[in-house]
Design a protein around this ligand. Structure first.
Ligand SMILES: *Cc1c(COP(=O)(O)O)cnc(C)c1O
Length: 209
């Protein structure tokens, strides 16, 4: 099933969208089955899961860290950390800068829909954060990430994703390297892709639930 699920989504979204299979609720065996099915981008939101899946997967697979990163945990994963989707604190950036021996591609997480419980910077704070990161050698911000609220209301989801896309367009005038958009999960990825997502993070719709 993983193969059919993955191929269906790949065909639907086209070659310009990177499909990340989120394996956080799935075993190493299932993750390796996804690799066999052609998946090369994987997503994990916990340190233990990241380390476990990284060790099991072949070198040409990329494991993206998509969960909240704590500064004291950076050192545990830094050697294998090439994509961080949840940068929102300078303390984490500082730890990366201290520990890294390669560039870490980062997305700044943005709380577009302004839910109190959500992680991420307010849209109006992103430019200032980018400014503080401009002299970092190992923290390279390549784009923005957001999560839409859990709702059936397509209008609200649409506003979240178009909001992130518009913010990206504005920031790119000053920071042209901030061009990628990490947005869209199993329930809302078609809306994300319509609004310019370049990385979608899909769990259940690929891996099963
Ligand atoms: C779990 C998770 C996903 C995938 O969720 P699904 O609804 O299973 O597709 C995507 N992004 C983040 C940050 C996640 O934690």
């Amino acid at each position: 099933m993983i193969k059919e699920n993955f191929e269906e989504i790949k065909n639907e979204v086209g070659d310009n969208v990177n499909v990340i299979a989120v394996t956080k609720y799935h075993s190493v065996e299932e993750t390796l089955a996804a690799y066999e099915a052609g998946v090369r981008h994987f997503g994990e939101n916990r340190i233990e899961g990241f380390i476990e899946k990284r060790q099991a997967l072949p070198a040409d697979a990329e494991v993206h860290f998509i969960g909240t990163m704590q500064s004291r945990k950076v050192k545990d994963v830094i050697e294998d950390l090439y994509y961080l989707h949840s940068l929102e604190r300078e303390s984490v950036a500082k730890k990366i800068e201290q520990a890294a021996q390669h560039v870490v591609n980062c997305f700044i997480q943005v709380n577009v829909s302004d839910e109190e419980s959500k992680h991420g910077l307010k849209p109006e704070d992103v430019e200032g954060f980018l400014e503080t990161l401009k002299d970092y050698d190992y923290v390279k911000v390549i784009g923005l990430m957001t999560m839409a609220p859990h709702t059936e209301d397509i209008e609200v989801i649409e506003q979240t994703f178009s909001g992130l896309s518009n913010l990206r367009d504005t920031l790119m005038q000053k920071y042209p390297e901030v061009k990628e958009l990490s947005m869209g999960m199993s329930n809302d990825y078609p809306i994300a892709v319509k609004n310019g997502a370049s990385y979608i993070r899909i769990g259940s719709k690929i891996m099963g639930s």
